[in-house]
Design a protein around this ligand. Sequence first.
Ligand code: 5GP
Length: 191
Amino acid sequence: MKKMEDKILAEGKVLPGGVLKVGSFLNQQVDIRFMKEIGDEIARLYKDSGATKIFTIEASGIPIAISAGFAMGLPVVYAKKHKGSNIAGDVYSVPVKSFTHGDTNNVVVTKEFLSPEDRILIVDDFLAHGSALTGLISIVEQAGATVVGCAAAIEKGFQNGGDTLRKEGYRVESLAIIDEMTDEGVVFRKQ
Ligand code: 5GP
């Protein structure tokens, strides 16, 4: 998606440790019109997938999932990073290592929101080493549901999570893939 690449070039900031800051349009502050275009693009890519639900992880995946959910007319489910007192009953859970914080959370979803008939499109803001998407895939598979594919707004190709999932046979679509990222600039993969 050319506009995603342009936004990254115009507003993204490269931080140490292979982190890209996009707080002005994707995390923290959300560019609503652009978020609609992100949802429309995910809907275009997955229009023939037969998805029945969108699935993501709090917090930064939620705006993207909502936008894709509107565009596709599908409900959105998001995994929580902690089992708080408002999560009652049986849950699916999986440990996920956070890229940005470095700690590991037991991510949970109440069982009633995913069922074996569901065809799940998983979305997130970033795809780096793939821990978040791998955890969400595990939850979908625990529920006996089908993963139709994954969509990330930004994939950092040099951290290999996306290509590992593709080799495992999952469909992974990213609106921009960064293959190199330094203070000097960003190199995008041709898609
Ligand atoms: P992974 O689990 O694929 O290693 O990392 C993906 C998760 O870490 C995403 O949910 C995202 O919130 C966060 N993340 C990974 N890389 C970046 C980054 O460069 N910038 C930001 N803002 N978040 C990132």
